[in-house]
Every structure is written in structure tokens, then in C-alpha cells.
Write a protein of this length. Sequence first.
Length: 758
Amino acid sequence: MAIPTVAFPDHNIDPLKKDEKWRLQFAKAIWSNFNSAMPNGSIFYSKAWRYSEIRDYAMNRQSVSKYKKELLPDDEADSSYMKISWEPRADGKVLRNIAVAKLKKTGFNILATPITSNAKDAEAEAYAKIKARILMRDALERQGSELADNALITRLPGEPEDLEELKMQVEFNPKLIRAKDIEESAQLVFYENNSEVILDGVAEDLVDFGVAVIKEDLDENNKVVFRKVSPDKFGCSYTEKPDFSDITYAFEVIPVKLSDLSKTFDENTMEMLKARAEGKNGNPTSFGDNTINENGYDIFKVEVMDVEFLSWNKRVTSENKDKNGNLRISKTDPKNDGKAGKGDNPKTYTGKTIEVVYKAKWIIGTDLIYDDGIAKNMKRTVNVKTMSKTSLSFHVFAANFHKMRATGMTEDMIPIIDDLNIATFKLRNFRNSMIPNGYDIDLDAIENVALGASGEVLSPKEVLALFTETGNLVSRRAGIAAGNINYKAIVPLENHVGQQLVALANDIIQSKNALREITGLNELTDGSTPNPKTLTTIANFANESTNNALYNMMNAKRKLTESVARGVVQRLQVAVRYGPYDGFNKDTGRHITVPQSIAHYDYDIMIEDKPSEEQRQIVYQMMLKDIEAGNVSHADVISIIYTNNLKAAAILLSHKVEKNKKNREKTAIANTMATAQAQMQSNQQAEMIKDQMAENEHQRSLQKLNVQKAWDYLIQEQKNHVQDNAVKTKAMVELSKAESQQVQEQPLPQEQEAPVEE
């Protein structure tokens, strides 16, 4: 069915473009322009038939009719081909799935940097707050104050532990410069929209079609949503940029039930739509009385073009001063643009062109549109110099793109897959129709063969039985092949089909190698038959070959994710103006509330690859070595393992190791000093003990000397006493003698005893 040519309407009409006919003409013009001005079969909706065929090849469900047409050009009933299996080989599907799997494994982290002029002040303020908290907490901990555990200064999740870690974060992982709040908020939106499934679908579209499309929006519940758009249902204006950043319109063809349209249009219009839908776009030609819905509105569907396009409006503001001399600025009628103010306090009118997005849902082939008008919640920057610009809700990126043509890896593989299957079907046919090797037997040579003394004659059948059982052939040569010394009664026959089979097998091998060259996959990178003896250098080259072949698609997925993340952030900035926005963030494992402050800045959104398993193993191996060396504690290990960002985990590991090393050095120095002090004290104590012992020894010596002197003195005294006693005794004796003599001279009275000296 020919599509009529419709011209685009003029943008310079009613400044607010309230006329529905203007939007209807725009929708028709977009449909006409896309279907007529684009290169035939170039991309998207105009290539829908080709996308369906490509996806069939990707699933190994392609039609075999063209194979039969090539192998049976005259449609003759070839019994040998009729007996073969027409199931296509799955080599292409296997390699395609491996390529898709490699793309699916690539994940990304969202990095946001505030770029408005006031962001630097906010960054300095955030840095100062964290630094002040750390200093205050350290001071209170040194004092042993209970205030160190106060909620106002206690360490928050993810906050640096000390000034050294804060410095490392700023230098190597500047989360103060990166807006951590907006990054977590974007992660929240990605989690709520099940982004992993969406990006898996993007990977398949990039491999099969070479292009992928995502649409984001703000729904009626004030939630940011996005979804994958099938390329065969999408269309846009002409562009030569692979990121489609300069397109002025984009649409998606969606099937809509008549029951949904009945809420908008009257009964006569609905009957007209049903009549147009009968027998088209998969609709039945009629419906029976046993259907659920009497009018069939739940059965019939129509194609609707959900379109967005860029235009511009005039925004006029008036400026004047109130009675207090204050400047007042307010919106005014666009018709006032260019007018001159009058009176003592004249108004100044200023007009500015604002880029806007208009939307409409057009029932294709009719004059009916609905849900149309200026789009709500348009994405704009905070910067006044660029806030007049906006963009569409669609995000598109092509891996291999040139002048509205894009091809995917699967599409490039189709000719090779066809050659592979043709060779396979021929091989199957040869196997079925192949005649086995046989023998050319000369019956005259094996007739009347006599064996044994009795002259027993063997029949030809018996001769052949002897030949097949023993390999010995008894034949008659004389008179049959006179002069031919090379004569043989039985000659083997070869059918020479083996060479053809080898040629077909080589064709299959060449086709498989060609598929590997297109995908860049090999025995090492697809994991099919890796050689354990392969050198590391060779393995690296093999991986590099695969990475080069898949780079365009991986880069397309990365750029598309980055574009979606940028749109999500702008939608979040709009959403927080309507009220609180919160939810559960899977990556952080906690419930978060999107801060209102994100609406104050513009952000530069970047994407970094999530770490590979090899990179994770490097960090883990480093950590194991540090554990063995005693550089990290069990608490440090837990905090590092459960850090989602590997870069942050590596920085945290480095910080913990350096900090623990310094602590160990301080402890070692303190232990050394304590040991030295203890040794000194021990030495001092030993000296004191030694001095005390010497003093004690001296005292004991003095005591011994005193005792000895006292003993000598006592002995001398004793001696003196003894001598005195002796003297006294002698004197007494002498005295006694003298007295005795005197007594003798003068006799004593009777019975009177002499006195005894005691």
C-alpha cells in the first residue's frame, strides 16, 4: 500500500501550538518521511522483515525452503534428498550465543560528577564536614570521652576512618567529587527497572541487528522507568551519528486493543476502526458468538505510532519595578514579544526560544490522534545557558553504522551459515545415495574348478564362498587370458565417492572457520577445545582477537547505558520536585531516599566497567598475602569483601594494610621502648639489689667485726677476769699462808673454823 506524501507543518505558528491538526499533520509527515526518504531497507521499522529473518537465524529456526530450491532447482522428486534430515546445523547459533554471553557479562558502574559552578563549593563544604567529624572524633577518643559515640560525629557507612583514608579517597576514588547520592539514586532506578534483563536484551539486539534502543520516562506514579524498544518497531529522523544524538523525531509502532481506544473515541469511530482492522495485522476476518467480548474490541488490534518530536516555543517574560523599587519578573502572553512598555513604570518584554518535545499517538492510516500535546516533565539542565535545550525519551546506539544502515554479527554470518548448511545437506545426500564398493567377477574363470585328488569340481558359488571366507581365490587362467600375466578373475570396484566426501567436509570446515573469523571466537576464547599446553602469550593473542571483534558491540552497550543513565538522572531531578523519592537499593543493600539536593546541580555521567573475575582474583590474592603477613584483621577482610566497588575495595585494602603496618611499627617501637625501659629498670633494680647486697654484706661484715670485737673483748675480759681471779686467788693463797703462819704462831681457840672467802 502506497503511503501518501505529507509535508511537515511550519513550526512558526501559534507559539504554544495548541492546534490538534498541526500535531496530526506532523505525525503523518513523520510516517511519510521515514517510509519514503530513508534508504530502502535501511534500518529499524523499514527493515522489520529482515530483522525477523535474522532472529530466526540466531535461533537456528531459519526456513530451509531456499536450501531445497538450490539443491532441487527443478522441483524434481529426488528420492535421495527426500531421505535426508533438513535440520540446519547449529554452528552459527552456538557462536552467536557465545558472543551474546560475552556481552551480557560486561557490567558497568555509574559515576556522576557535579559540573555546575556551585558544585565546587559544595564539594569543599562536604570535605570540611567529614574532616571536622574525623578530627573531633579522634580528639574525643584520645580523651576517652563518651561523646565519641555521639550520633553527630560517629562514623557513617562508607565514610573514611581517618584523615589518611580521606586523602586516599580524594586522590584515587574521589567520592567527594563524584556525587555519591546521585550514583546511588541512579543505581536504585536501574534496580527497580530490572536493568539486567533489559541490558541482556540490548546485548542480543547489538549482536543480531547491530543497533539497540531504550526508552525512559516518568510514569504516573512519579517513578523513573525505562524499557527496551524492539528495533523492528522503531523509527527516527535521518542521522549519520551512531549515537543518534541529533535526531528530531522518533517513534515506536505499538499494537493497541480496540477496547483501550474505546475509552477515547465514540462508537461510530470504533466501528470504523474495527472494520479497518479485520483481516489485517494478525486480526481475524470475523469473530463468532462465543467470544468473550460481543463487539470484538478485545480481539482486534490496530497499529499506533507513539511519536515524539522536537519543536520550539516562545517564552516571553515581563520586567518592571514594584512600588518599593524591587524588580519583578513574570511570564506573560507570547503575543507581547517585541512590545514596548508605556507609562512611568514601563514593562520590558523579553522573548526567548525554548526547545520543547511534543508527543502524539496516531492510529496509522487514519485522521485520529490521542494522548497528544506538549510533553510533560521534559529533561533540562540546571545551567541557565543550556536549560532551553531538551531531548527525546529514546536512546539509540549502533555498533556498525553508516548512513542509516546498521548490520549485526548475526546478519554477517547468514551467508556463511547458508554455505555451511548447503554443504551439510549435500554430505547427507551423498551418504544416503552412496553405492558401496564391489567386485567385477569373471564367471568363466571360476567355473569347473577341480580341487583334490578325486578331481572334485567346485561351483562358482562355492569358489566365491571360499574367497570371502579365506581370501584365497581359485580360478582357471589357462586359455582364458592368454598373454595377460596381470589377469585377475575378480577385480575390486571403487565408486570414487570418497574424494567428493572429503571436498564437502573441507567446505564445512572452511565455513566453520569463516564463522569464527566473523565472531573473533576461537578454541581458546569459546572454551570448546582449549589446549592446556598453550603458552600464555598465545592465549593472550587469542583473547585480544575476540575482544577486537566484539569491541564495537561492547562499546555500543556501554555508550547506550551511559546515555540512559544520563536521562535517568535528569528524570530524577524532575521527580524529586514532586515529592519524596525512595526505594531499596540492591547494590548497597539498604533503603535510600533520593536527596532533594540533586536538583541543584548538573552532572557529568560516566560509565566504568565492572571488574572482571580476573581483577577480583588479583585483589583477593593480594588480600590473602596480607592476611598471612598479618597486615589485615578479620574485621578488615569482611569490610573489604562486602565492598561492591572493586576499586574502592582495593583502595580500602591498601589503606588498611598501610595503616596496620604503621600500627605494627608503632607497636614494635613501643614494645622496643618498653623492653628497653624494662631492661633499664631491671638494670637499675639489679644495681640497687647489688648495692643493697653490698650494703648488707658490709653491714654483715661490720656486724661480724663487731661480734668478733665483742667476742675478743669478752674473751679479753674473761682473760682479764681469769687473771684477776688468779691474782686474787694467789693473793688469797698468799694471804692464807701468811695467816696460817700467824696462827701457828698464835693458836686459835678450840672449835673455831677459819673463814672461807666466797
